[in-house]
Design a protein around this ligand. Structure first.
Ligand code: ATP
Length: 629
C-alpha cells in the first residue's frame, strides 16, 4: 500500500474528462437504435407541429382575404383544390392530420427515448456496482457507504435525466431553431432577422451561465454524498444513539449536513434565478420586436430600412412560429440545468469507474487447486497508509494441517496478518505463499475459495437462516445446511425459532442474538469446507457453555486443515502447533504453549493473568501493551 494508495472517489473526479460524452459513447452507443428512433420521431413530431400555423397563414391570405393564391411549401400545386370551400376543408383536414401525426410521434418519441435512457442507466448502475465490488478493501476503508450509495442512486438518476430529458429537449431545440429559422427566412428574411436577433444574445448568456454554474453543481453533488453519509451513519448507529441519549446531537449533525446541501443548492439557484427569467426576457423581446415591426409593416408599409411586402397571413404565421421558436429557446435553461447536474454526476461515476483495482489476477495467475494448506510468511512488512508500519518482518511457516495462533495486545496486527493471507490487502515487502505459490501469482477467486473466515464481526444478510448458511455455497441442499448447523452447534436454537430454518433474520441479522449470529456464520464456514481456516475471535460472542460446544466443533473443523486462530483467551489455543506472539507488528515470541510458558515472557505473563495466577500484568508488559516502549 505504500505506493499509489487507492484514493476516494472525491479525489478522482477532477481527472475525469468529458463525462457526458463518455456516458453516451460507452452506454448510449450500444443502444443507439432506440435513440435513432427517438430522434426520428422527434423530428417528425416537431415538423408536423409546424403545419397548422403554415396552413393557417395560407388559408387567411387565400381563402379569407384573397390576397394570395392558395399554395403550400413542398406541396405540388396540382394537388391542391381550387374552390375556396374545398380549400377550407382541405386546410382543416391538413391541420387535423398534423395534430394526429404530432400526437402519435410525440408518444412514440417519449417511449423510445425513455427506453433508451432507462436501459442505459440500468447498465451504468450495474457496471458501477460491479466495479465497486472489484475495488480493494482500501477503497472501502476510505469511502463512506453513504457516498457510495449516492453515486449508485442519485448520480445514476441524474445521468438518466440527461439521457432522457436533456437529449430529447436538446434535439427538439435544434430541430425547431433550424426548421423555424429556415422557414421564417424563406418567408420574409428581413422580418426573420428581427426575430432571430435574440439568438446570439441568448447563446452568449447561456455560455456565461454554464461556465459559472458548473463548479457549483460539483459542490451540490458532493454535498449530497456528505448528507447521505451522515444519514447512513446516524441511522446505522441508532442503538448507540438511543442508549447514549444523543438524538439531539445527531439531529444537529444531520441539520448541518442538510444546511450545507441547502446552501450549495442555493448557490446554483441564485444563478438560475437570474438566468431563467433573463432567457425568458430575451425570448420575449424577440417576440415583441417581431410583433412591433410586423404590425407597423402591415399598418403603413415597410418601416425604417425594411422593404417589400408583408401579408396578414405571413404576419400571423410569423407570430405563431416565433412563439414556437421562443418556447424551446427559453427551455435551454432546463437543458443546461440537466446537463450540468449530469456532468457533475458523470464525473463522480467515472471517478469511481477509473479507480484502479490493485488486487486483481496477474496475467499469468494460476488456479489454486486441491490445496494442501502449507502457508508461509516471508519477511512480511505492511502498512495501510504507506506511513505507519503495522506489520514488520513477520515470518513463519505452517505445515498442512497445523494450527497457528496469533496472540498479543490489542492493535498488535493480528487481524491484519490474516487479512494479508486472504489478499484483502497486498504486502508492501516480503511474500505470503500457499503451497509454495506466492499468493499474488494465483487467482484471487481460487485463493479466497480455499480459505474460510469466521470474523469478530459476523455479518448476516437480510433473508432466512438457511439462505445465510448457504451464502457462497448456493447449490447446498437442505440436508447439508442442517448438517453444517449441527456441526456449528446451531441446529437446536434454529429449530426453536418461529419458522426454523426459514426464519427471517432481519437486516444484518438484527433479530438474532450475537451468539446466534456467530454460530450461523460458523455453520456457513462448515458448509464451505475450506482448505484453510481463519478464526478471528470466533467464540467472542457466546456464553461459556456455548463456547465449549463451539470450541468442540471448531476443533473438529480445524483438525484436518491448516487453521489460523486469533485469540485473546489463551485457553483456546493451548493445543496450537505454533503460537506467534505479536507486539507492535513484530513477532516477539514463538513456540508451543509449553515452550512459551518456559520462556517466561509476554505470553507467560498474559497466561498468568488469564489463569488467575496473578492479578495484573507486570508494569513492564502493561507499558509494552500500551506501546509506551
Ligand atoms: P485486536 O486484538 O484489537 O483485534 P489486532 O491485533 O487484530 O487488534 P489489527 O486489527 O490488525 O490489530 O490492527 C492493527 C493496527 O492497524 C491498529 O493500529 C489499527 O488502528 C490499524 N488498522 C486496522 N485496520 C485498519 C485499516 N483498515 N486502515 C488503517 N489502519 C488500520
Amino acid at each position: 500500500m505504500s505506493e499509489g494508495t487507492t484514493v476516494a472517489v472525491s479525489d478522482r473526479v477532477d481527472e475525469v474528462e468529458a463525462p457526458l460524452r463518455r456516458v453516451f459513447r460507452e452506454y448510449g452507443v450500444p443502444r443507439i437504435h432506440w435513440f435513432a428512433v427517438a430522434v426520428a420521431m422527434n423530428l417528425v413530431a416537431r415538423l408536423s407541429s409546424l403545419v397548422p400555423p403554415l396552413v393557417l397563414g395560407t388559408a387567411i391570405d387565400a381563402i379569407f382575404s384573397g390576397t394570395n393564391a392558395y399554395s403550400l411549401p413542398l406541396v405540388p400545386q396540382g394537388w391542391l383544390p381550387t374552390e375556396p370551400k374545398a380549400q377550407f376543408w382541405f386546410s382543416v383536414s391538413l391541420i387535423v392530420g398534423a395534430f394526429v401525426v404530432t400526437a402519435v410521434t410525440t408518444w412514440a418519441q417519449a417511449i423510445t427515448s425513455d427506453i433508451f435512457a432507462h436501459r442505459s442507466l440500468h447498465a451504468v448502475r450495474v457496471d458501477t456496482f460491479r466495479k465497486m465490488q472489484e475495488l480493494d478493501m482500501a477503497f472501502f476503508d476510505e469511502q463512506q457507504t453513504g457516498e457510495a450509495m449516492s453515486i449508485l442512486n442519485q448520480d445514476a438518476t441524474n445521468l438518466e435525466r440527461y439521457l432522457d430529458q436533456a437529449l430529447k429537449n436538446g434535439f427538439r431545440l435544434v430541430i425547431m431553431v433550424v426548421a423555424i429559422g429556415a422557414l421564417l427566412l424563406s418567408m420574409n428574411w428581413q422580418l426573420a432577422l428581427v426575430t432571430l436577433v435574440g439568438v446570439p444574445l441568448m447563446t452568449l448568456f447561456t455560455i456565461w451561465f454554464s461556465r459559472r454554474v458548473a463548479p457549483r453543481y460539483d459542490a451540490v453533488r458532493s454535498s449530497v454524498g456528505d448528507l447521505n453519509t451522515r444519514l447512513e451513519n446516524s441511522i446505522g448507529g441508532m442503538q448507540l444513539v438511543k442508549t447514549s441519549n444523543t438524538e439531539e446531537f445527531e439531529t444537529d449533525r444531520v441539520e448541518e449536513a442538510s444546511w450545507n446541501f441547502y446552501t450549495t443548492n442555493m448557490d446554483v439557484l441564485k444563478l438560475a434565478f437570474l438566468y431563467r427569467p433573463g432567457m425568458r426576457l430575451l425570448a420575449g423581446l424577440s417576440f415583441v420586436a417581431t410583433f412591433v415591426v410586423g404590425g407597423l409593416w402591415l399598418f403603413s408599409g415597410p418601416p425604417l430600412f425594411f422593404s417589400g411586402e408583408l401579408t396578414v397571413g405571413d404576419f400571423v404565421v410569423f407570430i405563431f412560429l416565433t412563439q414556437r421558436f421562443i418556447d424551446p429557446l427559453a427551455q435551454i435553461s432546463n437543458i443546461i440545468d440537466w446537463f450540468e447536474n449530469a456532468r457533475a454526476s458523470g464525473k463522480r461515476i467515472f471517478g469511481l469507474m477509473d479507480t484502479p483495482v490493485r488486487i486483481e489476477d496477474s496475467p499469468d495467475a494460476v488456479e489454486l487447486e486441491s490445496v494442501d494448506g502449507r502457508v508461509a510468511y516471508d519477511d512480511v512488512t505492511f502498512s495501510y497508509d504507506g506511513e505507519e508500519t503495522i506489520l514488520e518482518d513477520v515470518s513463519f511457516d505452517a505445515d498442512a494441517g497445523d494450527t497457528v495462533a496469533f496472540v498479543g495486545p490489542t492493535g498488535a496486527g493480528k487481524s491484519t496478518a490474516v487479512k494479508l493471507l486472504m489478499r484483502l490487502y497486498d504486502v508492501d515487502e516480503g511474500a505470503v505463499s500457499v503451497d509454495g505459490h506466492d499468493i499474488r501469482d494465483v487467482t484471487v477467486g481460487s485463493l479466497r475459495e480455499s480459505i474460510g473466515y469466521v470474523s469478530q464481526e459476523t455479518y448476516l444478510f437480510d433473508g432466512t437462516v438457511a439462505e445465510n448458511i448457504r451464502y457462497g455455497e448456493f447449490g447446498a441442499t437442505r440436508d447439508e445446511i442442517v448438517e453444517a448447523a449441527k456441526a456449528a452447534e446451531a441446529h437446536e436454537f434454529i429449530t426453536d425459532l418461529a419458522d426454523g430454518y426459514d426464519t427471517q433474520v432481519g437486516e444484518r441479522g438484527a433479530r438474532l442474538s450475537g451468539g446466534q449470529r456467530q454460530r450461523i456464520s460458523i455453520a456457513r464456514t462448515v458448509l464451505q469446507d475450506p482448505d484453510i481456516l481463519i478464526l478471528d475471535e470466533a467464540t467472542s460472542a457466546v456464553d461459556t457453555e456455548t463456547e465449549v460446544l463451539i470450541q468442540r466443533s471448531l476443533d473438529r473443523l480445524a483438525a484436518d486443515r491448516t487453521t489460523f486462530v486469533i485469540a485473546h483467551r489463551l485457553s483456546t489455543v493451548t493445543d496450537a502447533e505454533t503460537i506467534l506472539v505479536l507486539e507492535e507488528g513484530r513477532v516477539v515470541e514463538r513456540g508451543t504453549h509449553q515452550e512459551l510458558l518456559e520462556e517466561d515472557g509476554l505470553y507467560a505473563n498474559l497466561w498468568a493473568v488469564q489463569a488467575g495466577e496473578i492479578d495484573d500484568l507486570p508494569d513492564e508488559f502493561v507499558d509494552r501493551a500500551r506501546g509506551d516502549v
